[in-house]
Design a protein around this ligand. Sequence first.
Ligand code: C2E
Ligand code: C2E
Length: 183
Amino acid sequence: SAALEHIASTDPLTRLYNRRAFRYWCDKEVKRSQSRGRLFSVLMIDLDHFKKINDRFGHLAGDGALCAAVEKMQDSIRGIDILGRWGGEEFILLLPGASPDSALVIADRLRLNVAKIMVGATGELHRLEEILGDPNDMMRVTVSLGVTTYRGKGDTVESMLKRADEGLYEAKATGRNRIVAMT
Ligand code: C2E
Ligand code: C2E
């Protein structure tokens, strides 16, 4: 049924597409790119210090941070853009039509918007604009991002994912809350 098909392709906590569904949309985008010569980009996104959030504030706060980050990201992208959950605290974003420059613009919008989220001991989330508790008892939620763009014939979804992951790894290794493009 359509309902079962939906369950099989989405992650229960965030309701985002899972890996399998995300790959399906990427494969479609590769075909579209080849037939119409349209660019597209992929972002690999990882929540920074997620283990620390869980250890310090508990798993409810961890889940809250994940959901708040997803909401912020969804609010920062277009309806045609596809956000997926790669697993754990890792997300993936498909940007149809986005050039390397556009992908960087979008990545920075996501980075800045997610960094408005604060997570605290109660498990409640406070937008930066309306902090209610003691700011010293809270952590800012940030993300690191790896960015890459389709290179045309010969490039594959697998190699794009590998490049995006390498960018993400470098963003983590060089201080987090930052973007590394692998063009
Ligand atoms: P910009 O924000 O500097 O974006 C430059 C180009 O990046 C856009 O050109 C588009 O090709 C791509 N792009 C930017 N954000 C997204 C995104 O979230 N998803 C995808 N798939 N692509 C994106 P475009 O479409 O010609 O837009 C030109 C300018 O118009 C944008 O410059 C922005 O200033 C404004 N704009 C267009 N749509 C919106 C919108 O929904 N909200 C806001 N606030 N501004 C918009
Ligand atoms: P949408 O296209 O689904 O975009 C949702 C949100 O993603 C936007 O909310 C904005 O926060 C972000 N976004 C998308 N594209 C861009 C972009 O190119 N640049 C920037 N800076 N941000 C972008 P926002 O701005 O509140 O817009 C809500 C909705 O209003 C958009 O939903 C779209 O349907 C429409 N819209 C706003 N500005 C434009 C525009 O310049 N051109 C067109 N065609 N539609 C627009």
